[in-house]
Design a protein around this ligand. Sequence first.
Ligand code: URA
Ligand code: SF4
Length: 214
Amino acid sequence: MSRSDYPGAQPWIPDHPDEERLRAAVQECRGCDLYRDATQGVMGDGPVPARLMLVGEQPGDQEDKQGLPFVGPAGRMLDRALDEAGIDPASVYKTNVVKHFRFERDGGKRIHKSPVRWQVAACEPWLLTELALVRPEVVVLLGATAGQAVYGPGFRVGAVRGKPTEWPDGLGSVDVVPTTVATAHPSSILRSRQRDVDLAALVADLVVARELLA
Ligand code: URA
Ligand code: SF4
């Protein structure tokens, strides 16, 4: 099977989506090849509507097993950063640009592998449906995959992090156009040799997002 055999997620988007229907429908999605090896689809989670939506890359090993976003080590790092930024982690809607876990097997281990561009594009209808449902005022883009999903392949976190930017014109149907704030992915802090510095930078970008809501 090649990528041209996959139609993208649109045929699986329910007509009148709500959180429950989305969670059920994503389990049926065959929009790209990633459903085949993953345990389940992982839809976003959090209050609906929510003023703040956080967008990561894809579920990780724990998320794939539990069926919820950001419940593994990166999620714990994210909640710590939110807390330090004065944002209640329970008040935000968390999701990913890709809903199935992409990985490589290394012995018994499943090693995260970033989704490629066509897989991100295939999965985009889910993200845009969540956006229309959650109606956030601010969207935080966690890492390059999330940033590129919204702004295209030229997007670099380093160039724009912490700078409020408008959601691109015509992407999805939103009546409240959100402002985005890009930042590093919390998993990059887990791998960093200067964790304190990188965590402080993530917290600073989240403070920018909080202040936009004030
Ligand atoms: N990394 C992500 O980008 N999303 C998750 O849900 C977990 C880890
Ligand atoms: Fe569908 Fe997205 Fe899963 Fe691909 S990753 S099968 S498009 S839900």
